[in-house]
Design a protein around this ligand. Structure first.
Ligand code: NMN
Length: 330
């Protein structure tokens, strides 16, 4: 591995890039993944490994430089003034410890993390003006998203009017419960329609509908977790942001907790790894966020991901892994 020449790496990258970009299109644009996430993740991490060996081989069309994918042409577009980024991920405790070491080295001391579940849905942005919901949009490529305002208005747990006349943007995850996913797929099968591969794709396919009545007929839900612009809110930490979102009437996942350093993170991961199947929504991991928003700002972002958060991804669920065709081996 360490002995690969630049030419060999370049050749491998030329095979990996189009394959990943094809899978990204299936997943993000068509809402129909061709492979399981762990297959995608494995190849994506190989790409990162190769690009780290020869950074001069990174191309603008590399998946490492892109968030999401192209938006569907039928939708009106919105511009995200503050880009909606992706999230870095790790797959082992050792990698988690590396992340923590990096943070502590940067900051100079141990930090508090807000630990949250990684909900398997799609990112959603909501904009309020004077307390009224005026825009809902998808992440799209991070800068340009799809305007799905009318569809978002059909989601029961999204407040259309807040108790305070705030003007701000909040972000979170739109998802479909496992129960609703089963109901929808059974109905689709009965009607001879293609079934959705998993609740994540069912949620994405249901939110990205031109007819809001179709979205309304599929019971989507949200967990909101980020306040992007603060207006006159006094919110010093991620934990406070979740509390504020709750007070304002947003649906907030109840499991988040604050822990110092990696102490407690392992327990949280183990606990929810075991509970995973019994939850009525899909989770594919756990997210650690530096709790102090000032530190988050200091740490900043790379072109694709924030430096102050990381997702620890659970191993793939056995039951699902035969649903999709696994065609790539390296
Ligand atoms: O930030 P990116 O690299 O776009 O990925 C975000 C998440 O989406 C990851 O969890 C990844 O596993 C998933 N994903 C899956 C596929 C797939 O084909 N199954 C494609 C693109 C992204």
């Amino acid at each position: 591995m360490a002995d690969l020449t630049k030419e060999q790496v370049s050749q491998e990258l030329e095979k990996i890039r189009p394959q990943l970009n094809k899978w990204r299109e299936d997943y993000y644009t068509k809402d129909a993944p061709a492979v399981e996430d762990n297959v995608y993740d494995k190849l994506y991490n190989r790409l990162l490994e190769l690009e780290q060996m020869y950074p001069e081989l990174v191309t603008p069309d590399s998946p490492s430089q892109q968030v999401g994918d192209v938006t569907l042409p039928d939708f009106n577009k919105v511009t995200h003034d503050i880009p909606m980024l992706s999230m870095g991920d790790v797959f082992s405790e050792a990698e988690l410890a590396e992340f923590n070491d990096r943070i502590e080295k940067n900051v100079g001391h141990e930090v508090d993390y807000n630990v949250e579940l990684k909900i398997d849905g799609l990112s959603l942005s909501l904009i309020y003006e004077n307390g009224i919901l005026v825009q809902g949009s998808t992440r799209g490529n991070g800068t340009i998203g799809e305007n799905v305002t009318e569809n978002v208005k059909t989601i029961a747990d999204v407040p259309q009017k807040l108790s305070r006349p705030l003007s701000f943007e909040v972000r979170g995850e739109c998802f479909m419960s496992k129960k609703e996913f089963l109901r929808l797929n059974q109905a689709r099968e009965k009607d001879g329609h293609q079934v959705f591969a998993n609740p994540r794709n069912a949620a994405a396919g249901s939110l990205r509908q031109l007819d809001p009545k179709i979205t309304a007929s599929r019971k989507l839900a949200t967990f909101m977790y980020t306040i992007v612009t603060f207006d006159d809110l006094n919110v010093p930490t991620q934990h406070d942001a979740l509390e504020t979102l709750k007070e304002l009437g947003f649906n907030v996942n109840p499991t988040a907790k604050v822990t110092t350093g990696l102490k407690g993170v392992k327990d949280y991961i183990e606990h929810f790894g075991e509970l995973r199947d019994s939850l009525d929504y899909g989770i594919d991991g756990v997210v650690l966020k530096v709790n102090d928003l000032g530190l988050q700002r200091d740490l900043g972002n790379t072109v694709k991901v924030p430096r102050w958060e990381i997702a620890y991804k659970f191993p793939p669920e056995q039951a699902q892994s035969k649903v999709l065709d696994i065609t790539w081996t390296i």
